[in-house]
Design a protein around this ligand. Sequence first.
Ligand SMILES: CC(C)(COP(=O)(O)OP(=O)(O)OC[C@H]1O[C@@H](n2cnc3c(N)ncnc32)[C@H](O)[C@@H]1OP(=O)(O)O)[C@@H](O)C(=O)NCCC(=O)NCCS
Length: 233
Amino acid sequence: MPALLDIRGLFPRDVVCAVRRIGSRTPPLHPREQAAVARAVPRRQREFAAGRACARAVLKKLGVANPVLAKKTDGSPAWPHGIVGSIAHSTTWCAAAAAPAHALCGIGLDIETIARVHCSIARKIMTEPELRMLAGADPQKAQTLLCLVFSAKEAVYKCLYPVWGIRLGFHDAVIMPHPAHCRFDVRLTTSKLPVRKPLVGSYLICGGTIVTGISVPPEEKPSLRPRLFSVDT
Ligand SMILES: CC(C)(COP(=O)(O)OP(=O)(O)OC[C@H]1O[C@@H](n2cnc3c(N)ncnc32)[C@H](O)[C@@H]1OP(=O)(O)O)[C@@H](O)C(=O)NCCC(=O)NCCS
């Protein structure tokens, strides 16, 4: 297992990232953060606290004094005004990425352990073009591809949901990986979202873990954003 995951290359320059291993020690939480996991099992409390520790670290780097990151009723983190970001955990790692909202309108980050993604979920999460990529691949490659598509879709969801407030299903996007560049194209198959330009994400594979990252440039900021903001808060 690597000593640390370096995820900075997954995002444009303005994005600040933090990664930590989820250990047995639970980092301290602010009471407003603690409320979200007060009744959760210890493992969930540890991953939540580790994610919040990463998020607070990136917020401090972005100049936010005494950051607190409560959880919204929809599960997404309540990033401070003027900041967009994303949090992810696997069983081993947690990470956060954030940027000023003038630089990006959305960020999505996800971490998955390849061995934990079972091939039985392929039909549930993959579209026909994605399933065709698995055909003929040896079992190890097929599992890696499946995990990559799954992780990319989770990152896409975490990136787009806070911007538009619309829940995407696994069949609302097609992921096409480009292994030579560790990139993936995202083709939205739904007209639910007014995304104009093609979305491109990045990934890294390290020690049995896949990390995916995607961001949306500020010019995609939709006109319906003010209405959704007033519903969300
Ligand atoms: C919400 C979801 C994406 C989280 O992903 P996950 O791989 O299960 O879990 P991760 O540990 O990577 O990420 C969890 C973090 O996502 C963030 N999150 C949760 N809901 C979110 C939302 N609606 N929008 C943005 N971020 C969200 C939170 O920070 C959460 O961690 P925290 O509770 O400790 O703060 C996932 O549970 C889900 O609902 N997926 C189904 C929808 C989907 O992915 N569709 C595919 C669209 S193409």
